[in-house]
Design a protein around this ligand. Structure first.
Ligand code: 5RP
Length: 261
């Protein structure tokens, strides 16, 4: 079955499989969103069913919560868990300092809150997500629906004085309607091409009224597990300054693939 995965999905698969090794019995685990995080949730479900792993998961989106329940994970709210041992999540881009762009799936607000409430945040990604400078992937910002066009105009105007290449923004759509986040907000995607100073941009954007949160994760990620389509993984730990390599097979166990919705 794994042979039917695309090269990118194979890379995501092995990154998630390797990152599942970070999760130990008794941990409170932040569950990221997106297709790579979905693999992780399936691997954790398998460990719960087959090896008796006992963890409490805090999902970052309604979609990942549904999958987590389906595969048998014990789900609690962040307020119940209070503090997490680890969060494992995907990313849309990461740079050499492990700064990230997240929010391609629209869950950046919950993802950032959960990551910030964790002892460590591990990113799982295929090698295609690595960039020299962030910004080629449109930067999502979550804005409240009230006056969103005014917020958009303010954001674009403010970008004039910021070190970015582009400053167009688009309202994210879901068919013919605006995309709605789990908090009932809209997403503006900023087409910046290159972000010169992610830390400064993140602070400036968050100061604007109407903006709830931005998809830049600066100094939040502790390590990235990078997957390659041939089964190789590379683990870069920014705190330890180490780079480790590993190789995993695609052998599935149990009914990992039948959980795919
Ligand atoms: C969702 C996210 C995802 O982690 C990001 O979009 C990566 O997704 P995928 O693993 O499907 O490539 O930030 O808001």
């Amino acid at each position: 079955m794994a042979g039917e995965l695309s090269p990118i999905d194979k890379a995501k698969f092995v990154a998630a499989k390797r990152a599942a090794q970070y999760v130990e019995d008794g941990m409170r685990v932040g569950l990221g969103s997106g297709s790579t995080a979905a693999w992780l949730v399936r691997f954790l479900g398998e460990s719960v069913r087959n090896d008796g792993l006992r963890i409490k998961g805090v999902p970052t989106s309604t979609r990942i919560a549904e999958l987590a329940r389906e595969v048998g994970l014990d789900i609690v709210s962040l307020d119940e868990a209070k503090w997490l041992d680890i969060t494992i999540d995907g990313a849309d881009e990461f740079d050499c300092d492990l700064n990230l762009i997240k929010g391609g799936g629209g869950s950046l607000l919950h993802e950032k809150i959960v990551a910030m409430a964790s002892d460590q945040m591990i990113v799982i990604a295929d090698i295609g997500k690595e960039v020299e400078s962030l910004g080629n992937f449109p930067l999502p910002i979550e804005v409240i629906p009230f006056g969103w066009q005014t917020t958009q105009a303010l954001v674009e105007e403010t970008l004039i004085s910021i070190d970015v290449l582009g400053r167009q923004s688009t309202l994210r759509m879901n068919g013919h309607r605006p995309f709605i986040t789990d908090e009932g907000n809209h997403i503006l995607d900023l087409h910046l091409s290159r972000i010169g100073n992610p830390r400064q941009l993140a602070m400036v954007i968050n100061q604007m009224p109407g903006v709830v949160e931005n998809g830049l994760f600066v100094d939040i990620c502790d390590a990235v597990v990078i997957g390659f389509s041939d089964g190789r993984v590379e683990i870069r730990d920014i705190n330890a300054g180490t780079v480790e390599t590993d190789r995993l097979d695609f052998a599935e166990t149990d009914n990992l693939f039948s959980d795919l919705s």
